[in-house]
Design a protein around this ligand. Structure first.
Ligand SMILES: NC(=O)C1=CN([C@@H]2O[C@H](COP(=O)(O)OP(=O)(O)OC[C@H]3O[C@@H](n4cnc5c(N)ncnc54)[C@H](O)[C@@H]3O)[C@@H](O)[C@H]2O)C=CC1
Ligand SMILES: O=C(O)[C@@H]1CCC=N1
Length: 275
């Protein structure tokens, strides 16, 4: 499949917030010309205004042209009013790519009057091209539509296709929300160091640096499993072994806590879809 965006028509990003802007930079880097990217957002934040100014992008309050690709990146809670706003601009050739959590292809199709839809769940490391995205093609999305969606998503990192839409609730629970779990791990490690007696700023520096380093090591060494990388830290009868007896206890260790966490995300994703 193609991974360059130079041949894609006008992309209109509806919702230029955290997730939308995390992807937009990658699109420009992957060859989408600035004049072919329009940001639609009635209340763009400072980061969005700065990004638009730096790259010479147009920001509009409403969709005022027929897009080749309409990327929906607004909050699910306002999706109905957004459908009403954008529907008149959608033409026969418009492909809709949604990153909106929980909103089904069927609901989008009813709200927008088109079946050419690809529903996706990216994550914020997209901002540095290290995102992972789950994607499901709608029934009327053809091979060319899938190629375009994949090119947009690959500009943000890895793409994983699924056939069953409910799988996106699981993708949301693991990778969509996942960066927040990792950032909270940093907070928890720093808090632990502080409680043990380290100064707050030093503890945070150690925790943050450790997670950055561990992630970079995993990135550099794709051959080794996470389990092997963990074992490499763990000397027999040493210090890490004692620590991991707590973290990996069964039941009630991190595995159970993470399962409960992901279950809560999945349940909320399903619930939002029914609102
Ligand atoms: N933040 C994340 O980690 C991820 C978010 N998502 C999904 O991305 C979507 C957006 O989330 P965030 O970027 O985090 O939220 P956000 O609040 O940062 O961005 C939403 C943007 O939509 C704009 N907006 C509000 N009304 C609008 C309208 N009528 N027309 C156009 N734009 C409008 C807001 O001004 C804001 O800039 C959500 O559906 C979320 O489920 C998906 C994966 C990860
Ligand atoms: O919290 C949310 O609803 C979105 C979905 C995945 C990450 N952020």
């Amino acid at each position: 499949m193609s991974s360059t965006l130079s041949g894609v028509g006008t992309v209109v990003l509806v919702g230029a917030g955290k997730m939308g802007m995390a992807m937009a930079g990658g699109w420009l880097e992957s060859g989408l010309q600035a004049e072919k990217l329009v940001l639609v957002d009635p209340t763009p934040g400072d980061a969005t205004l700065a990004f638009a100014s730096k790259h010479g992008l147009r920001i509009a309050e409403r969709v005022d042209i027929e897009p080749s690709v309409l990327v929906l990146a607004v909050k699910p809670q306002i999706i109905q009013s957004v459908f009403e706003q954008v529907k008149p601009a959608i033409g026969e050739k418009t492909l809709v790519v949604s990153v909106v959590a929980a909103i089904s292809i069927e609901r989008m199709s009813a709200g927008l009057g088109t079946n050419r839809i690809v529903r996706t769940m990216p994550n914020t490391p997209a901002q540095i091209g290290k995102g992972v995205t789950g994607a499901v093609p709608g029934p009327a999305a053809n091979a060319a539509d899938r190629d375009i969606a994949e090119a947009l998503l690959m500009a943000a990192g890895d793409v994983n296709w699924f056939n069953t839409e409910s799988d996106l609730d699981l993708v949301t629970a693991v990778s969509g929300c996942g960066p927040a779990y990792v950032f909270h791990l940093v907070e928890a490690m720093a808090a632990a160091g502080e409680r043990l007696g380290l100064p707050e700023d030093v503890s945070m520096r150690l925790a943050r640096g450790t997670v950055i380093g561990a992630a970079a090591l995993m990135d550099a060494d794709r051959e080794s499993s996470a389990a092997l990388l963990r074992q490499n830290v763990t000397s027999p009868n040493g210090v890490t072994a004692e620590a991991l007896k707590v973290l990996m206890r069964d039941p009630d260790g991190l595995t159970d806590l993470m399962f409960e966490t992901a279950q809560a995300a999945k349940a909320r994703s399903e619930e939002l879809g029914h609102d």
